[in-house]
Ligand binder design. Structure first.
Ligand code: IVH
Length: 696
């Protein structure tokens, strides 16, 4: 219902915003808005142009396509994955961390942890062989990083040669920039008309990820070592002595690293470090605690992306007050309507914030998901003064609203009951905090988000086909569904002209794109399942499903014949440890929806889905077996037993069925032992299990 004049003004605003965002994005490491915000602005611009074609600007942002494929760094696969850390925000989270570790290990005696600052930089892995620096790689997606060896060689804190080091040694740590160096760099940049960095972390990242190492060498980067990856022999028996060993080898290690006995001492050190925070001269964003004994670290092992033996205790968020200018609605991959606050720009902890999440309908209205009042029941209105906070890297949030500054006549915000992107009704399911568009794949926002997810890092990760490119392809009708990505070459490859005519694409980059797409026709089952974008199916549940069904045909057949809520296929799904009814129902519903099913079938026809290979040692006596644990154990905890069994290639199920090969029953085993007896499933006790896996 905009007038021509309003639409014109809005188009001008969007053109400026998108131009600024493009510049920030393509000069790298200083993005000012998130991808989602960028997309929303682009879509809004597009919708306005469709409605007011006569107002389309000569410099319309919809004609601008991303910079295409940058000739980037080569890749390095990490021999040992680079993980991230679970976060703790409150004292009780730290106490719970200690409890969890103790429970997992079944350990009640003294237990030591290291505590050290969490450096706010970017992580780097340095591989030394026979004492020489062989390569340096960024974290990347944790499995593969960028080869920044030449750049790392220019950093003074990083030794080129080591004496008395293990034959193979991967040292991991954080690259960062000090406050003084950051200020001087920005001053220099300003003088030269170069890029101004938002904060030391961005400056460090931008400086390390330079294709021209001579630029890196002119930037004052530093490095703290705090961990290691592959090693040909253990560095030490404890975390603290391993760090001391790294120090002796010539690495800078953080001087505020100490040993603590339990949560109380960890919290004291947290307060000490926080008190020193402003005088350290470099940014830190919390304190990291790690179990000191490395043999206990080994027993604790890892979850999918984080170790069980460490946690990052973050400093509290930084706050600021500003005005809420508008509330925009973004529609996500599963149709979720997310309200985004557009704010009068304000600096929060050194970063200019102009957007923040408002979570959902209830949050704006001043309720939590159970209907209880939050913020004393104060609702948030466009025009209000709101409190913004940032915690770590996450998107800024709105914490509070100041009623004393509310102007007269502000209206309550009405959450849209029809999808702003496709006009379909929006629905809220019982018990769901989120309102969703019911349009499914007919909703352009959902279709685009699905495609973006599909080509993303944890899924197909097609080189050269990022969010911006896939969106442009969608908009122009080249790719509407995932399957169509794989027919791009057939449809456009021979001509090439059309692709070449697009800004940012030349013959070589087009060829590279087609090759990169072909390379991904071979895909692992877990990545594929995750890529399908099924609601409730994240990366780790996709792996659970893949590991259980092992091949695409088996998975597909089971899902096609399953019925929600009953039957053998349903029971089998629920017997997978970690799969619940909500997830199971969502997967089955997707396979039985005609439209979704057609899209899946078309996709599969283009792919070669790799079956799951169990990485179990060939001689493991339990490889491929389905094991159930029940009752209580003395020498191991349930969680540890499960993790060990899985590392030996066994499947661990939550209930006994005809498919169970082995029941390990401790004292107190009840119905599961009975079921096993009735089915004739082999049953052994804890010692029998330990003997079987050879750990007695
Ligand atoms: S330990 C397996 N220690 O924080 C765990 N990480 O949020 C390895 N970081 O990816 C990480 N200071 O980049 C560790 N003292 C410290 C750290 C630290 C900063 C970073 C690191 C990690 C991220 C997780």
């Amino acid at each position: 219902m905009l007038s021509d004049a309003e639409a014109e003004a809005e188009l001008a605003r969007l053109a400026a915003l998108l131009l600024a965002a493009n510049t920030a994005y393509h000069t790298k490491d200083a993005p000012e808005i998130t991808d989602a915000e960028y997309d929303a602005a682009k879509r809004r611009n597009f919708a306005l142009e469709a409605r007011f074609p006569h107002l389309k600007r000569a410099d319309s942002p919809s004609e601008v396509v991303g910079a295409g494929v940058a000739e980037g760094f080569t890749k390095i696969a990490h021999e040992v994955r680079m993980l991230s850390l679970e976060n703790a925000f409150e004292d009780k989270d730290v106490e719970e961390f200690e409890d969890r570790v103790r429970k997992y290990l079944g350990h009640s005696g003294p237990l030591a942890f290291t505590a050290e600052p969490k450096i706010d930089g970017l992580s780097l892995s340095l591989r030394y062989e026979n004492g020489r620096l062989i390569h340096a790689a960024t974290r990347g997606d944790g499995e593969t990083g960028e080869n920044v060896t030449e750049n790392a060689q220019t950093i003074g804190d990083i030794p080129q040669v080591l004496t008395d080091a293990p034959v193979v040694l991967e040292v991991r740590g954080e690259v960062y920039m000090s406050h003084v160096d950051f200020k001087a760099l920005n001053a220099r940049q300003k003088e030269l008309g170069g890029k101004i960095f938002a904060n030391p972390r961005n400056a460090a990242a931008g400086s390390l990820r330079q294709l021209d190492a001579s630029i890196t060498s002119s930037r004052p980067l530093r490095f703290f070592a705090y961990a290691w990856g592959a090693v040909s022999e253990p560095l030490a028996e404890t975390q603290i002595s391993a760090i001391n060993r790294l120090k002796k080898l010539g690495f800078a290690v953080n001087p505020l690293t100490i040993l603590c006995n339990g949560a109380a001492e960890m919290l004291t050190h947290y307060n000490t470090i926080e008190a020193k925070r402003s005088s350290l001269g470099y940014d830190i964003d919390g304190v990291v605690y790690k179990v000191n004994d490395l043999s206990l670290q080994r027993r604790l092992g890892f979850r999918s992306t984080t170790p069980r033996w460490a946690i990052a205790h973050k400093f509290p968020a930084e706050l600021a007050w500003t005005r809420l200018l508008a509330i925009d609605i973004q529609v996500g991959r599963t149709g979720a309507l997310s309200p985004v606050a557009r704010l009068e720009p304000v600096t929060v902890g050194g970063v200019v914030v102009s957007n923040a999440t408002l979570h959902n309908e209830d949050y704006i209205a001043g309720r939590d998901s159970k209907g209880n009042a939050i913020r004393d029941g104060k609702d948030i209105r466009v025009g209000d003064w709101v409190q913004v906070y940032r915690a770590g890297d996450v998107i800024p949030k709105i914490a509070d609203v100041d009623l004393s500054r509310r102007s007269d006549g502000l209206q309550r915000y009405e959450f849209p009951v029809i999808c702003p992107e496709c006009g379909s009704p929006t629905l809220r399911e019982e018990g769901d905090a989120v309102r969703r568009c019911s349009g499914g794949l007919i909703c352009p926002a959902q279709a685009v988000e699905r495609l973006r997810h599909f080509v993303g890092r944890g899924t197909f990760d097609i080189e050269g086909l990022g969010a911006k490119q896939i969106e442009a392809f969608y908009r122009d009708g080249w790719v509407q569904t995932p399957a169509e990505i794989f027919s791009l070459r057939a449809r456009f490859g021979t001509g090439l002209q059309q692709l070449k005519n697009r800004e940012g694409w030349g013959e070589k980059s087009a060829e590279n794109l087609f090759d990169a797409i072909d390379e991904k026709r071979k895909i692992s089952l877990n990545r594929l399942i995750f890529a399908l974008g099924i609601r409730h199916v994240g990366e780790s549940s996709a792996s659970l499903l893949a590991n259980h069904y092992a091949t695409w045909p088996q998975f597909e057949t089971a899902m096609t014949h399953a019925t929600i809520g009953a039957g053998a296929a349903w029971d089998e799904l629920l017997a997978i440890d970690g799969v619940g009814a909500v997830l199971a129902a969502s997967v089955i519903a997707t396979f039985q929806n005609e439209r979704e099913r057609a899209a899946i079938d078309a996709l599969i026809a283009e792919l070669e889905v790799q079956p799951v290979v169990t990485r179990a040692p060939v001689n493991s006596p339990v490889a491929g077996k389905t094991v159930v644990f029940t009752g209580t154990f003395e020498k191991m905890t349930r969680a540890e037993a499960k993790a060990t069994a899985e590392s030996l290639g066994a499947k661990v199920a939550g209930s006994v069925s005809a498919k169970t090969d082995l029941l390990v029953a401790g004292p107190g085993a009840g119905s599961k032992a009975k079921a096993a007896a009735a089915l004739g499933v082999e049953t052994i006790d804890e010692d029998g299990w330990l003997a079987l896996i050879g750990s007695t």
